[in-house]
Design a protein around this ligand. Structure first.
Ligand code: SF4
Ligand code: SF4
Length: 320
C-alpha cells in the first residue's frame, strides 16, 4: 500500500507579505534555519530507506523553496525509485534552475499572490517550469479584490495548466452567487472547495494510508488534528497506522478532505494528482464538477455553505 505523507518541518518564514497570512515577512534566525535543514535531511534519509512506495507533499509554514536545502532535497527525493510523487507548496519566487536535474515524480503546487507579484512576473516563472519540463498546478486565494488578476492569469496561462481557486471562507459574506459563478468560470472545480465539510465521525484515510510528519518525525493523521500517533524514526512506527474516523467537526482544506472516501476525489484527481492538485485528464472537466455529494447544493445535512464556517483554529492554516 502506498503512503501519502505531508511533511512540515520547523521552518516558519516567508519572503512575501500576503495580508491573509500569519507568515508574511516573518524571518527565521540562522540557527532556526539550520535546525530546519537538519530535520529535512533526516526526513529525506528516512524516505530513502523506507521500503514503501510513497507520495510526498511538503507543506511548509511559509516559503521553503527559496532555500537551497529544499531544492536539493526535492531533487534527491524525486530520483528515489519508491517515491511516486514529491510535490511542494511554493510561491514560485525561488531560483528554479536548481530543479533541472529532478526526476519526473517532482511536481509543484504554485501559488499566485496578486498583492506580491504581477501576473506577468508569475507567468514568466510558469514558463520557466515549462522549460524545465516540470509538472505543476497553479492556485490562488479567491479574494474579491483579486478577481480581475485571477481571470487575467487564467486567460494567459496555457490551457493545459490547471488553475485552482481556494475559497476565502473567513467572513460570513464571502461570496455572492454571481461571484461563485465567476470563479467557477476560472476553476470548474471551485465548488469542491466552498464548503467546510462536516467530518466528525466520518471515514477519512488519514492516520491509515496518509499522515503528516513534522521536523521531529512525529506522526499525526493530518494538519488539523493535533494528536501525535507515533514517530517515523522509531522502529515499528507503522503499527500506529490504522483505520480511523475523523475527530474534527469540519474539514475545509483540499489537503484534508481529499482523503475522505465519501467524496471520491481520487476519481477526479487520480491517485497521482491528488497531492499536487492536478485533475485527471485536465483540461477535460469531470462531470462531477458541478458539485460533490456533500457540496452546498448536494445532500442535505452533509455540508454547509462556506458562509457558515468558523475561522480555522489557532495554529492551523489553509493551503494558500
Ligand atoms: S501566503 Fe504563502 S507566499 Fe504569502 S506570505 Fe504566506 S506563505 Fe508567503
Ligand atoms: S480534519 Fe479532515 S483530514 Fe483531518 S481527519 Fe478530519 S476529515 Fe480527515
Amino acid at each position: 500500500m502506498t503512503w501519502s505523507i505531508l511533511y512540515r518541518g520547523s521552518l516558519s518564514s516567508c519572503n512575501y507579505a500576503c495580508g491573509y497570512c500569519p507568515f508574511a515577512k516573518r524571518a527565521n534566525t540562522r540557527a532556526e534555519l539550520a535546525r530546519d535543514f537538519e530535520e529535512l535531511e533526516r526526513f529525506v534519509d528516512w524516505v530513502s530507506g523506507c521500503p514503501r512506495e510513497l507520495r510526498l507533499l511538503l507543506t511548509p509554514w511559509g516559503e521553503a523553496l527559496i532555500h537551497r536545502a529544499y531544492r536539493r532535497s526535492l531533487v534527491r527525493l524525486s530520483l528515489l525509485p519508491r517515491v511516486r510523487r514529491v510535490a511542494i507548496q511554493t510561491n514560485l519566487s525561488a531560483p528554479l534552475q536548481d530543479l533541472a536535474g529532478a526526476g519526473p515524480s517532482l511536481a509543484l503546487w504554485a501559488s499566485f499572490h496578486p498583492s506580491q507579484v504581477t501576473v506577468e512576473r508569475f507567468l514568466s516563472r510558469c514558463r520557466k517550469l515549462d522549460e524545465l519540463g516540470l509538472r505543476y498546478s497553479v492556485g490562488v486565494v479567491g479574494l474579491r479584490e483579486h478577481f480581475q488578476a485571477i481571470e487575467e492569469l487564467r486567460a494567459r496561462l496555457p490551457r493545459a495548466v490547471y488553475l485552482w481557486v481556494n475559497a476565502f471562507k473567513r467572513s460570513p459574506d464571502s461570496y455572492r452567487p454571481e461571484e461563485v459563478e465567476r470563479l467557477v468560470g476560472v476553476d470548474p472545480y471551485f465548488r469542491f472547495n466552498l464548503p467546510r465539510y462536516r467530518s466528525l465521525d466520518r471515514a477519512c484515510r488519514t492516520g491509515q494510508t496518509s499522515f503528516t510528519v513534522d521536523g521531529k518525525g512525529d506522526v499525526r493523521r493530518c494538519h488539523f488534528v493535533g494528536q501525535v500517533l507515533g514517530n517515523v524514526y522509531e522502529p515499528g512506527f507503522e503499527d500506529c497506522l490504522r483505520e480511523r474516523l475523523c475527530p474534527a467537526e469540519r474539514c475545509g482544506c483540499h489537503i484534508g478532505y481529499v482523503h475522505r472516501p465519501e467524496l471520491r476525489l481520487e476519481e477526479v484527481f487520480g491517485e497521482d494528482g491528488l497531492l499536487e492538485r492536478i485533475p485527471l485528464g485536465w483540461p477535460e472537466v469531470d462531470s462531477r464538477a458541478g458539485g460533490l455529494p456533500e457540496s452546498p447544493a448536494g445532500v442535505a445535512g452533509q455540508a454547509e455553505p462556506h458562509s457558515a464556517q468558523t475561522p480555522p483554529p489557532s495554529g492551523v492554516w489553509q493551503e494558500v
